[in-house]
Design a protein around this ligand. Structure first.
Ligand SMILES: Nc1ncnc2c1ncn2[C@@H]1O[C@H](COP(=O)(O)OP(=O)(O)OP(=O)(O)O)[C@@H](O)[C@H]1O
Ligand SMILES: [Mg+2]
Length: 245
């Protein structure tokens, strides 16, 4: 079975989880078996973008502690409508005081034992390479969708990570996208400054913003405004690139 690991990485608040969930529903809608894994070690987050709940008995915490493959796979929660879409994350009711740092061996074992069960294994990373699942996800990834919200802060964040990106050999795998573009800064100038070319420029869209609360990614609920249509078009462009790999 063709199996690709996709890491969605970028600065906090750049729009990673929104993009990861839209990519996931788009790919699952095309008949691929898709996993969406939340790398947050602080709280269960990514399931909310899909209107889902992860109970404590299915928390990624359990999967990380599991010894055998079957127990790891059991922690994936199936989406109610899209039967080919599965989420793994910390549970909705996690207590951060009970959480410990993910050990490298645990993370590796989880990734290696579960990634090949899916056509697309999307990891919703955190911004920090200090987080085990984020670093492992980017290292194992076939493609890294890098989300950049066009801003001065984003440029500083990117510049600060240049050496690390090179060190992890991510350059050849990167799909850089500008997200939540409000035309506050010049995109061409930003590209020149960061020495990269955006594969897609996703606009600000109110429906996209609201989807975090409704649990209905716009690629599932459909477009209402021109900005929504543009956002969906750009997501589909990324999907085509992922399919071409
Ligand atoms: N294209 C967009 N248009 C409008 N709002 C957006 C867009 N992309 C993301 N948002 C909103 O921006 C906020 C941050 O997005 P999201 O949660 O996806 O980012 P993140 O990088 O996963 O953040 P976190 O650091 O909290 O994990 C959310 O409220 C989301 O609804
Ligand atoms: Mg997020």
């Amino acid at each position: 079975m063709r199996s690709l690991v996709i890491a969605v990485w970028g600065k906090n608040g750049s729009g990673r989880s929104t993009i990861a969930s839209n990519l996931a529903v788009c790919l699952a809608g095309k008949g691929y078996l898709v996993a969406l894994v939340g790398a947050s070690k602080a709280y269960g987050s990514v399931q909310h973008y899909l209107g889902m709940e992860v109970p404590e008995e299915k928390s990624i915490k359990k999967a990380l502690e599991a010894i055998n493959e079957d127990d790891m796979v059991k922690s994936f929660v199936q989406h109610k409508r899209l039967k080919d879409l599965f989420v793994m994350s910390l549970s909705n009711t996690e207590n951060c005081l009970r959480l410990k740092t993910v050990k490298e061996e645990e993370g590796k074992s989880l990734l290696i034992n579960t990634k090949d069960k899916f056509n697309y294994y999307i990891i919703d990373c955190t911004e920090s390479f200090g987080d085990t699942l984020t670093t492992l996800g980017c290292r194992y990834a076939d493609r890294v969708v890098e989300v950049i919200r066009p801003s001065i802060q984003a440029a500083a964040f990117r510049a600060a990570h240049r050496e690390l990106i090179d060190g992890l050999k991510l350059a050849s795998k990167l799909i850089p996208v500008a997200n939540n573009n409000k035309n506050l800064i010049d995109i061409n100038e930003l590209e020149q400054k960061l020495k990269l070319k955006f594969t897609g420029i996703l606009p600000y869209s109110r429906s996209v913003e609201r989807s975090e609360g409704t649990g209905e990614p716009v690629c599932l609920s459909g477009a209402v405004t021109r900005a929504d249509r543009e956002y969906i078009k750009e997501i589909r462009k990324i999907v085509v690139l992922l399919e071409a790999k």
